[in-house]
Design a protein around this ligand. Sequence first.
Ligand code: SAH
Ligand code: SF4
Length: 357
Amino acid sequence: MKNIYDITLAELQDTLAAWGEAGFRAKQIWQWLYERRVTDFAAMTSLPAALRQRLAGHFTCGVLRLATEQRSHDGTLKRLYRLEDDQLIEAVLMPYDDHRRTACISSQAGCAMGCVFCATGQMGFARHLSASEIFEQALHFASLLEAEGERLSNVVLMGMGEPFHNYDATVAAIKRLMHDLGIGARHITVSTVGLVPQIRRFADEGLQVTLAVSLHKATDAERSALLPVNKRWNLDELLAACRYYADQTGRRISFEWAAIAGQNDTPQEAHQLGNLLAGLLCHVNIIPLNPTGGYAGQPSDLTALNRFMHILGTYGVSATVRVRRGIDIDAGCGQLKAAVLKGQRGQPGTVIPLAEL
Ligand code: SAH
Ligand code: SF4
């Protein structure tokens, strides 16, 4: 069966014409899919029952199957989806007080980049996701919010996997988020560990997407120890690509800094980072480390981070400390899957097992 989210309106029109259906039906179905965002043919109540049945016999309405979900005390919703080949991927919906609704979605099952503190990196790489598999994660949240009278406003590709390792599918999915879900490029963020050729290529796509770069360390030797990709493209090359992105797009780069107590939150580190970024159009997002089973580091405390931010400020570099949402439901990258596979889910939060894992 074909996935309805994989076909174009023209292809749907052809199929319906071959079935002898009236010309307006394809547009009607399109509206159900992308404006009303229903994810089930049965819910397309303006269609004749026979047509709904025929559609259901011919197309799947997406390929993601919900395996489990958890809702955090702060409203964060974390979902684990099972793909057709039984791979598991995570997607998170984060509500903010200012009415933003942000979906954090995955680009790969696992990840090949091997960052030592990351739960996904610790699992290794399974496979790339298709553009539809990436897109549908956001679509499901959009559909859920629609039913509650709300709208998905932002999407970040910061879930499992390295989006630029899966470049073509990532770009295709971003275009669909823009065109089919109506999410503006400026409300989409791609996070990369630093694949330099792809950052340059992405700069040339002519999209106004926000680029987030996972930095975490400001010297090559130390960064290479945490993020093996730094051995391939060092900080000089990475920063040059970031400058190119900022120049081409006029967009401010976000740098991610997973703050690890005593490792990258000292005044010395702050000065190194300040020197590295001074003069660049950028912002640093400091996220206290979410501890994972495979890495001994602990999150920094707020006193250290306030001092760190203050020093960055003296270089003219702006920074914010972001509290990780859904911390009580393993909402760190790859952590729900890791916990579920081990049979030990995170502490509070509601666990709703919807399928056998
Ligand atoms: N592969 C991409 C996007 C997915 S990871 C990248 O690395 O940028 C999204 C962000 O979560 C990255 O900044 C990553 O470094 C960070 N991250 C991974 N594990 C983390 C952890 N245990 N605690 C805090 N941040 C983490
Ligand atoms: Fe992959 Fe990003 Fe995790 Fe590194 S931090 S292993 S690039 S998902």
